[in-house]
Each structure stands twice: as structure tokens, then as C-alpha cells.
Design a binder for this molecule. Sequence first.
Ligand SMILES: O=P(O)(O)OC[C@H]1O[C@H](OP(=O)(O)OP(=O)(O)O)[C@H](O)[C@@H]1O
Ligand SMILES: Nc1ncnc2[nH]cnc12
Length: 170
Amino acid sequence: MNLKETIRNIPDFPKEGVIFKDITTMLKDPAAFKEAIDHMAEKYKDCDIDYVVGIEARGFILGAPIALALNKGFIPVRKPGKLPAETVVASYELEYGTNQVEMHQDAITEGDKVLIIDDLLATGGTVSAAVDLVERLGGEVIGIGFLLELCFLKGRDILSNYDVFSLLQE
Ligand SMILES: O=P(O)(O)OC[C@H]1O[C@H](OP(=O)(O)OP(=O)(O)O)[C@H](O)[C@@H]1O
Ligand SMILES: Nc1ncnc2[nH]cnc12
């Protein structure tokens, strides 16, 4: 199957000049969704990790099934004000704005080995903020996995100290 073809391009969303990669068309197709999860889980099946961290919101959709496929727990990184217990916060810039992400302070303890999953690597700002949260809590980022990498935005450059994998590239 050509997985990339199941992802739809929406021009000028959420603002002019951005071609939005809409994965809802892939998620709606069970064979495509399963292929994406299977391939991403396969990549990490022999890695020594304790948890999968997924970034709200689309990183949850991929990260949770990958965590289950690897038989690991799932830790959410959320947008501000959503997590009920004590949190750590990191700010970042996005292709189309700025935002913050949070993680529960007790989600990770010193020495935990973590795989971070998100749907898309653009500038790398979002995932760098998630890396920052994991490392401030003493965790070790073993890998960072994406469904799709927008190579022209060079997000990989700011992640050069990490093992970065993308299933699809554009
Ligand atoms: O590499 P970056 O430039 O940081 O961009 C990538 C991020 O942008 C999108 O999330 P978005 O903030 O649109 O939120 P959503 O998942 O809640 O739709 C995407 O899911 C990544 O998390
Ligand atoms: N072009 C894009 N499409 C979908 N999600 C994104 N997040 C950042 N840039 C994006």
C-alpha cells in the first residue's frame, strides 16, 4: 500500500502558505492505520525502553497503539491546563504559532528510558519541548519516531543528538 497517498494535503490551513498534512484520511482506513502502527512498532521492538511518550493530540493516536504493541506504558504530553497533578512545562515555537506542553512531574523517574512518538516532524519545536520535559525529569530519550517528516523544514537538525526515525518523508 502507498501509505503516503492516504494522507491528505489541505492548502492554507491553519494559515496561508501552510500545506496541512491531514492524517484523518489515513486513520479512517483500518489497513493503512494498522500498517503505520505495525511498521513503527517493528522499528522499536528490540529497543530497551520503559515508556512511550505521545504528544497531544495526534501523537496520542499513534503513540498509544505503539505503546501497546511494544507492551509498554503510555505517558501523555499535553497542551497547557489539561493535566490534573503537578506538572513540568516547556514552551516552543510552531510552524504556525507558539505554545506550551506539559507532563506530570511523577510520570518519569530518574533513569527511565523513553521513546517519544508524534505524527509529524516539521520544525522540531514541539518534540524538542517534549524531549526537554523528559530530560528535566531525569529520563533518557532512546528514540523519537514520527509517521511523517517534512524534510524541507529541517526539524531533524535540532534533534541531531537523538535517534530520529520517520516512516514517511516529504
Ligand atoms: O515540528 P513542529 O514544527 O513543532 O510541528 C509538529 C507538531 O505540529 C502538530 O501538532 P499541533 O500543534 O498542530 O497539534 P495537534 O496534534 O493537537 O493537532 C503535529 O502533530 C506536531 O506535534
Ligand atoms: N504542515 C503541517 N501539517 C500538519 N501538521 C503540522 N504541524 C506542523 N506543520 C504541519
